[in-house]
Design a binder for this molecule. Structure first.
Ligand SMILES: Nc1ncnc2c1ncn2[C@@H]1O[C@H](COP(=O)(O)OP(=O)(O)OP(=O)(O)O)[C@@H](O)[C@H]1O
Length: 316
């Protein structure tokens, strides 16, 4: 069965290539280079998460793709179009949720949606107001003035406006910042639903769990450069396993696979470069020789957080 979105896309002329293409993108502000030659692609219908340190260049990258900023160098395409030169053709096909939206505080939630619909050239295609407010969990706030909304509720209103035109590509800049855990889960459900309807999503977030739960592929940026890129599993695989245990009496544990033992809150911790098995074998041989029983011995798989921290530490 074709979804409404898929049918819409077909009617408006689908493109065969990736929904988003970025090749050698550079962005300079005066003499400062905020983005230093990054490349990635997002296939249609996938969710791509841009992770990174503060000031890494994520929002700048988004702004170039949204057509707000002209790239200093490199090539970007969204749905096969140049976001700057072909902005008029592209704009009705994309949805944008900025990090900070400018609302009119005196308007109610419902009036804000009406104003937004009024500004859209394509209002006939849009879902009814009640549906979109229901979708983001704001149906009971329709008559509330925007300035009376909490920070998390304002983010939900942002999301409602971004999805109003049933975009083919949705840009979400830190969509769940300020939301409580329940609202965040609800927003993830909304994003999953949009993806199921075929929407391509580019998301920035500081919540690694958000990327882990939602992303088909992700990139970790630091100081304008993408250092790691792939599926969550591929990125996690760039980190090694961790071994931890407690010693029953003072002893000097050996280096394992080139990793030094580190003492953390009474535990010995090894952060390995690869799989734990060979290191574990050497560790147990050492413990036998020393006639030691290692207490609370644990092997833990690397996490996305480990991969993230390693990018930052390696570049220090
Ligand atoms: N208009 C501008 N003029 C000068 N410098 C800018 C401008 N916009 C951004 N920058 C700088 O470019 C760098 C990248 O900023 P950007 O907002 O893209 O980072 P970010 O990865 O989104 O960070 P955060 O996670 O903190 O939101 C920062 O050092 C920022 O100060």
């Amino acid at each position: 069965m074709r979804t409404t979105q898929a049918a819409d896309t077909a009617e408006r002329g689908a493109v065969g290539g990736p929904a988003i293409e970025v090749a050698g993108l550079r962005q300079r502000y005066g003499s400062f280079e905020a983005v230093r030659g990054i490349s990635f692609e997002v296939p249609q219908g996938e969710l791509f998460a841009l992770l990174g340190t503060n000031g890494a260049g994520k929002t700048t990258t988004m702004e170039v793709l949204e057509g707000f900023t002209r790239a200093s160098d490199g090539m970007v395409r969204v749905l096969g179009l140049d976001p700057m030169k072909e902005r008029r053709a592209l704009r009705p096909r994309i949805g944008i949720m900025l990090q900070e939206a400018g609302f009119f505080g005196d308007l109610t939630v419902a009036e804000t949606v009406d104003v937004w619909r009024g500004m859209s050239a394509d209002a006939g295609r849009q879902p009814v107001k009640e549906d979109v407010l229901e979708l983001v969990g704001l149906a009971n706030k329709a008559r509330t003035r925007v300035r009376q909304l909490s920070g998390g509720q304002k983010r939900r209103l942002d999301l409602a406006l971004a999805v109003l035109s049933r975009p083919e590509v949705l840009f979400l800049d830190e969509p769940t910042t300020g939301m409580d855990p329940e609202a965040r889960q609800a927003t993830w459900e909304v994003i999953r639903g949009l993806k199921e309807r075929g929407t391509t999503v580019l998301l920035t977030t500081h919540y690694l769990e958000e990327a882990e739960r939602l992303a088909d592929r992700l990139a970790i940026m630091h100081e304008g450069v993408i250092h790691t890129y792939g599926t969550v599993d591929e990125v996690v695989a760039t980190t090694g396993d961790q071994i931890t245990f407690r010693l029953p009496r003072p002893a000097e544990p050996p280096f394992l696979d080139g990793a030094a033992p580190v003492s953390e809150r009474g535990h010995v911790v090894y952060t390995l470069r690869g799989e734990a098995h060979p290191a574990l074998r050497a560790l147990l041989a050492w413990a036998d020789e020393m006639e030691l029983t290692l207490e609370r011995l644990e092997v833990r798989r690397g996490t996305l957080e480990d991969a993230f921290l390693r990018v930052v530490e390696d570049k220090r």
